[in-house]
Design a binder for this molecule. Structure first.
Ligand SMILES: N[C@@H](CCC(=O)N[C@@H](CS)C(=O)NCC(=O)O)C(=O)O
Length: 204
């Protein structure tokens, strides 16, 4: 019997920027995919034994399921999808290594549970955002004239509302703002709250 399962399943929730990277990439490459909602906020699903046994032993989203094969790191998912589709691939070794920068930068964006942690992250942001802004003043996309997975990775958090950051990145950093408009204009772009299930947030 034929299955009506799409080629890819993405375990995610709308609030996760790491999941958005992968959801956005799937949409940008025109993949046959569907989100699978993970109830992180009310049911604490990522911490359950079932999730750890069946979906991801690390207890995190995103998880990309390709015909039963599961990938659990957003950067790995982006690389996998770029290789499979031949789209958004970085060119050459140097450029590929450059993907690590934005990836690390984004990892430091994660909300910290302590004021000291938050101050640290804010300080990092104060350093990183002008560097990215300066770079985007020189070329339309992070690695040059065309978008790659480095851009998809950077896009992970930037489209969430300014209120969620407490400042407006696009306004404060005009080259990042212009880059955001360019990414937004790519066919398949969608806002994270439209692309993934779980918004508005329901609390327990
Ligand atoms: N290394 C992971 C990080 C993923 C991550 O931080 N996921 C968070 C949501 S954005 C999560 O699922 N946390 C679950 C938990 O803390 O129980 C990636 O980039 O894929």
């Amino acid at each position: 019997m034929m299955s009506d399962r799409p080629e890819y399943l993405l375990y995610c929730m709308a609030q996760s920027g790491n999941a958005y990277r992968v959801a956005l990439m799937l949409n940008l490459i025109g993949a046959d995919w569907k989100p699978v909602f993970v109830d992180f906020f009310v049911a604490g699903e990522t911490r359950t034994e079932k999730f750890r046994t069946e979906i991801n032993e690390m207890g995190e989203v995103p998880v990309l399921d390709h015909a039963g094969r599961k990938f659990s790191q957003s950067a790995v998912c982006l690389t996998y999808l770029a290789k499979r589709s031949g789209k958004f691939q970085p060119e050459g070794e140097d450029e590929e290594l450059e993907c690590l920068g934005p990836y690390r930068f984004l990892k430091n964006f994660a909300p910290a549970p302590s004021p000291a942690g938050e101050a640290f992250l804010l300080n990092r942001l104060g350093i990183s955002l002008p560097i990215v802004d300066k770079r985007l003043a020189k070329s339309p996309y992070l690695l040059g004239s065309r978008p790659t997975i480095a851009d998809v990775s950077l896009a992970g958090y930037l489209y969430y509302p300014a209120e969620e950051f407490g400042f407006d990145i696009a306004k404060d950093h005009p080259h990042i703002g212009a880059w955001m408009d360019r990414i937004k204009a790519l066919p398949g772009w969608k806002h994270p709250y439209e692309l993934m299930p779980g918004y508005p947030l329901k609390r327990a």
